[in-house]
Design a protein around this ligand. Structure first.
Ligand code: NDP
Length: 284
């Protein structure tokens, strides 16, 4: 892919609202530099009414792919030529990849999480308690379902959203799963292997408390948080204090970036380089 002395880089980027606050550019361009890839990642501020024109423009200008962030992850689907397996089940796309003359939608949020998780355990056959049923939780659940998780206990405040995720896991992926409506502090059932906060509780608030009876956390369990800012949430601090292994949202974010770079360039980038660049950009 690198073209020596080319003044015409390979282009990727992100369409979103609130684009100026998206630090992904720092880690992707650090990977490009580290691996000698002549590429640029451009954050683009795009309101919903302009999404179709923006995608048409990226097609016309030969972008190799692009990320989608809020609020475009679902709306982009009819503008694409096809979907990857998990993106089709999740019903949301955060990463578009040009394959030949086609734009294919993938979802790397859940894949990024799975990649971080499999560094410390194989989720196959495990019992997972997942808090939340929004976009991030859905992406995580579908990838874990495809990876063979044995049993899901879904815990969500709004029953309708929880039910949609339950229907996906049971109906489409044939997983064993149950739904609990979240009221008060949730007590983890015995036999729980992996606990995941898939909600936005803790985002930008290091003291925000997940309604969970922390006395039911057991040493040796894996406790993960999708929240990446701050990287060490109150849940992860409580879990570490009780002897659990922890997994932060920053590593999920880095790994979804790793997958994006790999999809777009064919090069598996160095995750440590990307992690350092992201942490520096976020000041943590
Ligand atoms: P959504 O708005 O789609 O979903 C939010 C979820 O959080 C819902 O299940 C919602 O429950 C739940 N929730 C929010 N506040 C509360 C509360 N006070 N009590 C109980 N439940 C609550 O958001 P996303 O799924 O897109 O994002 C969730 C988090 O994931 C964000 O912090 C985001 O930054 C992070 N994220 C991290 C990524 C990474 O790479 N690390 C990638 C993508 C997202 P209800 O259904 O009842 O409203």
């Amino acid at each position: 892919m690198p073209i020596p002395n080319s003044f015409c880089p390979d282009l990727v980027g992100c369409l979103s609202q609130g684009a100026a606050g998206n630090p992904t550019v720092a880690m992707v361009e650090a990977a490009f530099k580290h691996h000698g890839i002549n590429g640029r990642y451009i954050n683009m501020e795009v309101p919903p009414a302009n999404l179709a024109d923006a995608v048409k423009g990226l097609r016309a200008t030969g972008f190799r792919g692009f990320n989608l962030s809020m609020p475009h992850k679902v709306a982009v689907i009819p503008l694409l030529d096809g979907l990857g397996e998990s993106a089709a089940v999740i019903g949301a796309v955060n990463c578009v990849v040009r394959r030949g003359d086609k734009l294919i939608g993938e979802n790397t949020d859940g894949k990024g999480f799975l990649r971080s998780l499999t560094d410390i355990t194989d989720p196959k056959g495990k019992t997972v308690v997942l808090f939340g049923a929004g976009g991030a939780a859905r992406a995580v659940a579908v990838e874990l379902g495809l990876a063979g998780v044995g049993r899901f206990i879904l815990v969500n405040r709004t029953p309708e959203r929880g039910q949609q995720l339950l229907d996906t896991l049971v109906g489409k992926l044939r997983c064993q799963a149950e739904l609990v409506q979240w009221k008060g502090d949730f007590a983890l059932p015995s036999g729980t292997d992996i606990v995941i906060n898939g909600t936005s509780i803790g985002l930008y608030d290091a003291e925000a408390r997940l309604p969970l009876d922390i006395a039911t956390l057991q040493s040796g369990q894996i406790v993960a948080d999708v929240v990446f800012s701050p990287p060490v949430t109150r849940l992860l601090r409580d879990a570490a204090a009780r002897g659990c292994k922890t997994l932060d949202g920053l590593s999920m974010l880095v790994n979804q970036g790793v997958l994006g770079v790999q999809y777009w360039t064919g090069v598996l980038p160095d995750a440590a380089v990307m992690q350092r660049a992201l942490a520096a950009a976020m000041g943590c």
